[in-house]
Design a protein around this ligand. Structure first.
Ligand SMILES: [Zn+2]
Length: 401
């Protein structure tokens, strides 16, 4: 009898939990905003791909942000190719239908330095490029863009000052970069197609609203030479993905202009918080970043970034532990060889360790970044050197001799 009543109570608790847990989940389900950002619309881009792309968004009644290059290929003043009538008309029609939210993507998209068109250029030169680019697009389409997308996501503080002088409201680049003073707003891209589904699913499970900005190019849809890239989708998978996004509850596709007109926080403060979370030194192994989930591939609210503070501390602690373990392995190996009195090996190892350590330091310092492989090799070699140089080495030398 007693046993029966226990079973009944147990079942009741299970039933209550089964009802309560999904309800709690639903209460905490966060709103997810998805922004599609298509870059490199220009006089040279593939019009057939873009026609098909705009139609995909128009038929589903969802917006697409298009970064248009006003004067592609220019190396001087206005010697590049502006949008021909056909491309300007295609873009204008898509804007008028409410499908496309147009942004200015640099001026000519020609590199003037290491993966940059603008960063490092004098203020006056940047002013010319940003002003002229905006004017050219306005002449071609009659639209004054509010958002600026620097080519290669590269910009500097002068770019931000120039943007405000020219009258842009929002910068859309990557998660890493400077912020200026003033009213400028920021919405970085957070992932490509390869990680987009995971980023949206993860955002939808969270308790805070997130924005997922998916950056893509024509070659992610129709480029044969990039078809082995993780971000390559191709048309059938792309259509499936758009439909999947539309089916998700609490997920809304928006344009940047819609977000600028809403009360969505796109402040410099939010950008700084996300930059702090996203930035990890180059020697931190990617698998640890994935393990602790500090890279969300989404734009988090300032409050949510705070909740990742302990994960970030854990990330650095595990990294330090990993390199300390590798150092220990190197030391143990050296001490073991020494104790086994393998003189030729000890001599060889000592010389090799010193040479390899110097080579690793020279290699690692060539671009002043310490990569994971460099840090791992240097830790083991450093351990070997320490193991051979610890007190007692000379007595061992004598013993070996
Ligand atoms: Zn570009």
């Amino acid at each position: 009898m007693m046993k029966d009543s226990h079973w009944r109570s147990g079942w009741r608790i299970c039933l209550l939990l089964a009802i309560a847990l999904p309800t709690l989940e639903a209460v905490h389900a966060a709103d997810v905003t998805v922004v599609f950002r298509y870059d490199d619309y220009s006089a040279r881009s593939d019009t057939a791909v873009e026609r098909r792309l705009f139609e995909s968004f128009r038929s589903r009644n969802i917006p697409l942000v298009v970064g248009a290059i006003p004067c592609i290929g220019a190396t001087g003043r206005d010697d590049g190719e502006v949008l021909p009538h056909e491309k300007a008309d295609l873009l204008r029609e898509a804007v008028e239908m409410g499908t496309v939210d147009v942004a200015v993507h640099g001026y000519c998209h020609v590199k003037t330095g290491w993966w940059t068109e603008l960063a490092g250029l004098p203020y006056e030169e940047q002013l010319f490029r940003l002003q002229r680019g905006r004017d050219l697009l306005k002449e071609a389409m009659g639209v004054e863009a509010a958002t600026f997308i620097p080519p290669y996501n590269a910009y500097d503080r002068d770019t931000l000052r120039v943007m405000q002088q020219v009258g842009y409201a929002c910068l859309c680049a990557g998660k890493i970069g400077p912020t200026g003073d003033g009213e400028l707003r920021f919405l970085p891209s957070t992932c490509g197609f390869g990680l987009a589904r995971r980023a949206i699913e993860s955002a939808a499970r969270g308790a805070h609203p997130r924005i997922v900005v998916i950056l893509f190019h024509a070659f992610d849809l129709a480029g044969s030479e990039r078809s082995d890239s993780a971000d390559f989708l191709g048309w059938p998978a792309f259509d499936d993905f758009l439909e999947w996004v539309q089916r998700q509850e609490n997920v809304t596709v928006r344009s940047i202009s819609e977000l600028l007109d809403s009360d969505t926080d796109l402040s410099g403060r939010r950008f700084i918080a996300n930059r702090r979370l996203s930035w990890v030194p180059s020697f931190v192994p990617g698998f640890l970043v994935g393990l602790l989930g500090t890279e969300t591939h989404a734009y988090l609210s300032t409050g949510e970034v705070e909740s990742f503070r302990f994960a970030k501390v854990g990330l650095y602690s595990l990294t330090a532990g990993l390199y300390a373990a590798l150092l220990g392995i190197g030391m143990t190996l050296a001490v073991w060889l020494r104790r086994r009195r393998k003189r030729p090996l000890v001599v060889l190892l000592r010389r090799a360790a010193i040479v390899l350590l110097v080579a690793a330091i020279v290699y690692g310092c060539r671009d002043l970044t310490i990569g994971v492989h460099f840090a791992m090799i240097a830790s083991v070699l450093g351990g070997v050197c320490l193991g051979l140089c610890e007190p007692g080495l000379f007595s061992v030398r004598r013993a070996v001799r």
